[in-house]
Design a binder for this molecule. Structure first.
Ligand code: DON
Length: 589
């Protein structure tokens, strides 16, 4: 029996158990077997059970690793609130999902406090070190040096995760730091068997670790990447976690861990200094807000572009009867694609760290601006992306970031997306810490018009500068109705995060899907540059032909996002982990 089948069966069992132990107050409608869902089932060979969400009554955690989900659920059951559980999951994923979960990276969190009704966004994005500059990735001729912003000590931004998780816990959690960290530390110390998914990714990323013996010492055995079933023990990481548990985030930014990170940098011409670490701050920001067909959207503001463009695209879409057009019909895909292109073109021009550049957020998310943009969209013709120098074709299909969602019994909700950027980040472990360091500096525009690892181009607004945060696409998102959380979602996927979250929101609001159906529905993406409409395998020949006839440049490719979604409906929690990652797991009680 495959792991996925086991997970699916477990989910179904949970649904049954939940139903047996406490019959739902409001009957849950059987999931509509949409044609889109059936299409996906055919394309991916999904078991149709994949369209049933996990159902629970009190609390729920959805993450990309079952071990971490279990740790989060235990926090909820043992008196923790959604923030305690989310912080525990954040630390646990650093152990259980080493290619994306992290202490040496950064990310974003959106929190809804049910009691006050307040929403807050927490920015713990990495920051460029103090000696960073606009030309740091260019050679003497002004050309971008290949790989310098990705696989060198120079690629590492000052990490924000530890500051972010500690800040969240202190502000909105109710358990002590030591308690939420301990399960992660214990897991690192005892180890866990490498999953099939992790083994595959370790094998694929052999080159990432090749230059770094300290990293190989953890993730390789006998000179080769660890294999499925081998026990991954991370003793140094356990010690780092315990030090943070004891001394707080200070251990990472000023104490022994800071010393080791700085010591790792110095001999390799890395830029991060003790002062850079000491100066790092997680920043609370006002979420960016919008509305769509009567729902409120609460999502991540800059330095992520995710929230702004999610709302911008939804604003354009509000005028289109996509319910009548149908999910993933040629007409729906065409109109949404045209809106995506306009949004991503604005992204390249205007988006950057708001502490450094003026981002016209109000304009971007205004309904009137959307009216103007949408008026230029033709129902019949795809607009060519223009004559601006196109980005490099996407070289990295196996990128990694991770999202997790939590809802507790009081109605508090937390959406977190955090990352090392590409798989295992720079591949560099700060010696003696067990902590993998990010390569988030690649999210800056190294040079105007030159594409980054995700084919994204940018200009001045996202140029490198000391102390600046690189532009992100991460989109942890809450959807509310009448002030109450209805959906908690987010995804990895680089630029495809925004469109994945968009489609998840639309699947729920326009097409009435539950989170499992939405996750299993085929996805599509356009990011303006390169000028390609990227679709998952499984769209009908007819749809592809109709889209091509309108002038779209079609590319059938995998690697769309992977959502972790919780829906609140009729007093119940419905959740689902995206079937594109068989290791993901949603649990509730
Ligand atoms: O912040 C960003 O937008 C990117 N560093 C995210 C990378 C990512 O999602 C890779 N994942 N699959």
């Amino acid at each position: 029996m495959s792991l996925r089948t086991t997970v699916l069966m477990a989910s179904v069992l949970l649904v049954l158990l939940a139903a047996c132990s406490s019959p739902p107050a409001t009957p849950v409608a059987a999931p509509a077997q949409t044609s889109a869902a059936q299409q996906a089932a055919a394309a991916y060979d999904f078991d149709m059970d994949v369209f049933h969400p996990v159902v629970a009554r009190h609390g729920m955690v959805a993450s990309e690793q079952a071990l971490a989900t279990r740790i989060g659920l235990d926090m909820l059951k043992n008196g923790g609130n959604a923030v305690d559980a989310a912080v525990a999951v954040g630390f646990a994923l650093a152990v259980a999902l080493p290619n994306a979960g992290n202490l040496g990276g950064g990310g974003f969190m959106v929190v809804h406090d049910a009691k006050s009704g307040r929403d807050v966004a927490l920015d713990f994005r990495e920051t460029a070190p103090s000696d960073a500059s606009r030309t740091m990735y260019l050679d003497g001729q002004g050309k971008v040096v290949n790989g310098k912003s990705l696989y060198t000590h120079y690629a590492v931004g000052v990490p924000g995760t530890v500051a972010g998780l500690a800040h969240a816990l202190q502000q909105w959690g109710q358990l002590p730091l030591a308690k939420v960290i301990e399960p992660a530390a214990a897991l690192a110390e005892k180890g866990y068997p490498v999953s099939e998914t992790l083994a595959k990714v370790l094998a694929r990323e052999q080159k990432t670790f090749a230059p770094w013996p300290a990293s190989q010492a953890i993730f390789w055995k006998h000179g080769a990447p660890m294999q499925q079933g081998e026990l991954l023990v991370q003793k140094d990481l356990a010690a780092s976690l315990r030090l943070i548990a004891k001394e707080g985030a200070k251990a990472f930014y000023e104490g022994a861990i800071a010393q080791k990170i700085a010591a790792e940098m110095a001999p390799h011409a890395g830029a991060i200094t003790l002062a850079d670490l000491k100066n790092y701050k997680a920043v609370e920001r006002e979420p960016v807000r919008g509305s769509y067909r009567g729902y409120q959207i609460v999502t991540m503001p800059p330095p992520s572009s995710g929230g702004a463009h999610l709302i911008q695209i939804l604003n354009m879409m509000e005028r289109w009867p996509i319910q009548d057009w149908g999910v993933n019909s040629a007409n729906t895909v065409h109109h949404m694609t045209e809106a995506m292109k306009l949004a991503y073109a604005d992204r390249a021009e205007y988006l950057g760290d708001p502490d450094f550049v003026k981002v016209p957020l109000k304009g971007l998310t205004s309904k009137r601006y959307a009216d103007r943009l949408a008026a230029g969209i033709s129902a019949d013709k795809a607009r060519p992306a223009g004559d601006i120098q196109p980005g490099k074709p996407q070289p990295y299909e196996s990128d990694q970031t991770t999202h997790f969602s939590v809802v507790d019994a009081a109605g508090n909700a937390v959406a977190v997306t955090y990352t090392l950027n590409t798989n295992f980040g720079s591949g560099i472990v700060a010696s003696g810490t067990g902590i993998l360091l990010n390569n988030e500096m690649d999210d800056f525009a190294a040079k105007p018009g030159v594409a980054n690892a995700y084919g994204l181009v940018g200009g001045d607004a996202n140029a490198v500068a000391a102390g600046k945060r690189p532009l992100s696409s991460m989109t942890p998102t809450l959807v509310l109705k009448d002030g109450k959380v209805r959906l908690v979602t987010g995804s990895p996927g680089g630029p495809r995060i925004i469109t994945t979250v968009l489609e998840t929101v639309v699947d729920m609001i326009d097409f009435g899907m539950n989170p499992a159906e939405a996750a299993a529905t085929l996805r599509f993406h356009h990011q303006w540059m390169p000028d390609e409409l990227r679709l998952e395998k499984g769209f009908s020949r007819d749809t592809l032909d109709l889209l091509a006839a309108k002038g779209h440049k079609i590319a059938v490719k995998p690697a769309m996002g992977r959502t972790q979604t919780i829906q609140v409906q009729g007093g119940l929690l419905l959740g689902a982990s995206d079937p594109r990652n068989p290791d993901g797991r949603t649990l509730g009680y």
